[in-house]
Ligand binder design. Structure first.
Ligand code: 13P
Length: 251
């Protein structure tokens, strides 16, 4: 089964409006041949500017989160309907920084996932264990719980239009990448977990690796059979390094 590769940049809380626009321009300028899909998840306030830049290009736009409710008295939140207006194709849900610093729970992550899909936005469900959980052999149990929370509320069929990102918390922003084999082991586990519920969806769902992925380790990671691309933080803040990661996709 050939799955299309996908590389997504997560800019997190970085940049200015001007730097966001020029970063998007730089990425578009260096895209080259269509070897896979590529997107950037930009800060909410720059969606409008970057949406103008990416218009007509194959660089897709995404958000870094989405509200767990459709609309109403939820001060500070941004709904899926609002994101759709700016042509967001993807929305990250359940990023570990959201879970650990801002209290996003399994239940709210599931609700965000569902909200994104109501607007045809593809949720990128982030899962992954902390170092402590890995050392206690809890990695698979953590993944089970994070996936089940979404499957229980959205149903397995929802994964026809979703992406999963495996981001070991201990590898995020630390410069410590999972080895190709360590990452492949968990990606394979995730695919088997989905396959136990629906084989066709498991064959099709894109599973991205995130956590200190950069130009010098992306090729090895992307060559693994169950790794379909990457969710890139630090290395996505520079057009040249993000493009180098994108061009590491094995054709
Ligand atoms: P780094 O690539 O900076 O480790 O970040 C990974 C990440 O959290 C992407 O969502």
């Amino acid at each position: 089964m050939m799955r299309r590769s996908l590389v997504i940049g997560n800019w997190k809380m970085n940049g200015t409006r001007a730097s966001a626009e020029s970063l998007a321009q730089g990425i578009i300028a260096g895209l080259g041949a269509d070897i896979g899909d590529i997107a950037v998840c930009v800060p909410y306030v720059y969606l409008s500017s970057v949406a103008e830049v990416v218009k007509g290009s194959r660089l897709a736009l995404g958000s870094q989160n989405v509200a767990d409710k459709a609309s109403g008295a939820y001060t500070g939140e941004i709904s899926a309907t609002m994101l759709k207006e700016f042509n967001c194709q993807y929305a990250l849900v359940g990023h570990s920084e959201r879970r650990s610093y801002y209290g996003d729970t399994d239940a709210s992550v599931a609700a965000r996932f569902v909200q994104a899909q109501t607007q045809g936005i593809i949720p990128v469900l982030c899962v992954g264990e902390t170092l402590e959980q890995r050392e206690e052999d809890q990695t698979f149990a953590v993944i089970d719980q994070q996936l089940n929370a979404v499957i229980d509320s959205a149903g397995i069929a929802a994964f026809n239009n979703a992406v999963i990102a495996y981001e070991p918390v201990w590898a995020i922003g630390t410069g410590k990448t999972a080895s190709d084999e360590q990452a492949q082991e968990v990606h394979h586990y995730i695919r088997q977990f989905i396959a136990a519920k629906d084989q066709a969806i498991a064959d099709k769902v894109q599973i991205l690796y995130g956590g200190s992925a950069k130009p010098d380790n992306a090729k090895g990671l992307f060559a693994m059979p169950d790794i379909d691309g990457g969710l890139i933080g630090g290395a996505s803040l520079d057009a040249e390094s993000f493009l180098a990661v994108y061009h590491s996709i094995s054709e």
